[in-house]
Ligand binder design. Structure first.
Ligand SMILES: [Fe+2]
Length: 194
């Protein structure tokens, strides 16, 4: 059996991204169990869930990288696209019961998830945190002075957070701009309910 357990080694220290990674590891593990048990319906179900959640997660990271003007965006995107192409290529074969294709997909997923989370996503997350710190420093430098008029034209990542009113925020929730700290709080609450 291949190893699909999220651990501290995979942690990138952005709560929302870590929660999405844990979800992908869980689905890959369920897929592996369905493949091992020759459960065709479950294989199809977990495969579709994996493809949908992976796409949502990749799009989220790509939005985040663009919003903080991440310089290694192209390199990171290329890795997402490799995973997209591999899933697209192997999914129909796995669905039609090709056990060799299922093995190839699980092998690919195990290596890709490990390398991508421990290196590529960690680099991205470090850049995001530094971007936050730089903006927080600018905000402190303006302490006590009225917000300049050009605040309205700031990139959307540094508008006010809906939850705590901090104006160094990342708009990474569908409902509106929410800063990473508030996202972390709400994700922890979500996880506590599991
Ligand atoms: Fe990524």
């Amino acid at each position: 059996m291949r190893h699909f357990r999220w651990s501290e080694e995979n942690e990138v220290f952005l709560a929302q991204i870590d929660a999405e990674h844990r979800d992908l590891f869980r689905i890959a593990d369920r897929l592996q169990q369905a493949v091992a048990g020759n459960a065709a319906v479950a294989v199809k179900e977990h495969l579709h869930t994996l493809i949908a959640h992976a796409e949502e997660h990749f799009s989220h990271e790509e939005w985040l990288m663009q919003s903080v003007r991440y310089s290694a965006y192209g390199w990171h995107l290329q890795q997402h696209n490799t995973a997209r192409r591999r899933l697209k290529l192997l999914a129909p074969l796995v669905e039609s019961g090709e056990s060799e294709a299922a093995e190839l997909l699980l092998e690919f997923l195990e290596g890709w998830l490990r390398d991508h989370t421990t290196v590529t996503d960690r680099m991205m997350a470090a850049h995001v945190r530094n971007y936050e710190r730089a903006n927080a420093t600018s905000a402190l430098e303006r302490w006590g002075t009225p917000l300049p008029a050009e605040t309205e034209n700031l990139p959307r990542t540094i508008r006010f957070c809906d939850a705590c009113d901090d104006h160094t925020s990342h708009e990474i929730r569908a409902g509106g701009p929410v800063c990473l700290r508030c996202v972390e709080r709400s994700v922890s609450a979500d996880l506590d309910r599991d």
